[in-house]
Design a protein around this ligand. Structure first.
Ligand SMILES: [Zn+2]
Length: 296
């Protein structure tokens, strides 16, 4: 059976492994392997590759269901792993998008051979996959890394979470594209259809667009500077739709970290755009499915 993977989001879980704390269990997990989660465990399928699914909502592993009321409202109360398993006819595990993005970058992309790094998925929401000491850190209930809801001083836009001034009200892909449309209205290619926006990688070749993207990076960097102080990562990988902007975004993040993080921590961290771009989470799911197919 070939490993089968589907995109996955801010839930958590994996299957087919034990949750012991000794070196053998860590070795069985492999680099950044996820400890077994109740939400993803399927008894009797440990030898199978597990399809993995991620979606941009939070799934509490203990409850196995989507809970976050602000996103994917139609999913609330559903158990994605159970539902997808029923539809695919195969065992399915659910994991967070940023966690899988980090897993993908560690296996195939910009974080190979790095044990301490942050993968930032910056799209409509902003989440962080936290790879610490070679393990993915999920938090006590599987929803760590929700940096998009960090409050920004002076920001007042109402967030979908109900609070004003969250990071993702300022630098989400939606907001950045709105700003780009404002500064580049006359530069949009004539053959561009309304439903097919130009890629950020193309837009940032224009100076005005690069300024907008770098400003977004500076704002994102304000929040990441605090994380750098707290976690002392070796790398921050910028992914998601906004991450596709590449170096102008990384430049802004780097400026804020160099300005606001403690100098020794700022010096230790490398800021780069994702090399897998929007395939990070998918490839992380594939890597995890392959890993789990070989340890059962
Ligand atoms: Zn919020």
């Amino acid at each position: 059976m070939k490993p089968h993977a589907a995109r996955a989001g801010r839930g958590s879980g994996s299957a087919g492994q034990t949750d012991g704390r000794d070196g053998r269990d860590r070795a069985r997990r492999g680099p950044l392997g996820c400890p077994a989660r109740e939400g993803g465990q399927r008894e009797g399928h440990g030898h199978h590759p597990h399809p993995r699914h991620s979606a941009p909502a939070r799934a509490a592993p203990a409850a196995r269901s989507v809970r976050a009321p602000a996103i994917l409202r139609e999913w609330i109360g559903l158990n994605p792993a159970e539902e997808l398993s029923r539809r695919f006819g195969q065992p399915v595990a659910v994991a967070n998008d940023p966690d899988m993005g980090g897993r993908g970058e560690h296996a195939f992309g910009a974080a190979r051979s790095i044990d301490d790094f942050l993968y930032i998925k910056a799209s409509h929401g902003i989440g962080a996959g936290l790879a610490l000491a070679g393990r993915t850190y999920h938090g006590s209930s599987g929803i760590a890394g929700a940096i998009g809801h960090t409050r920004l001083e002076g920001a007042t836009n109402l967030c979908r979470c109900g609070n004003p001034g969250c990071l993702e009200t300022v630098v989400s892909i939606t907001e950045v594209r709105r700003q780009l449309a404002h500064v580049l209205p006359a530069e949009r290619p004539a053959d561009q259809t309304p439903g097919d926006p130009p890629s950020l990688a193309d837009l940032v070749t224009r100076p005005a667009a690069a300024r907008v993207i770098t400003d977004a990076g500076r704002t994102l960097g304000l929040v990441l500077a605090d994380l750098v102080n707290c976690l002392n990562p070796a790398a921050i990988i910028l992914g998601g739709e906004l991450g596709a902007a590449g170096e102008p975004l990384a430049e802004g993040v780097r400026e804020s970290i160099n300005r606001y993080a403690q100098p020794a921590s700022a010096k230790a961290v490398t800021i780069t755009a994702s090399t897998l771009q929007q395939r990070s989470s998918l490839l992380g799911a594939v890597a995890t499915a392959i890993e789990q197919s070989t340890v059962g």
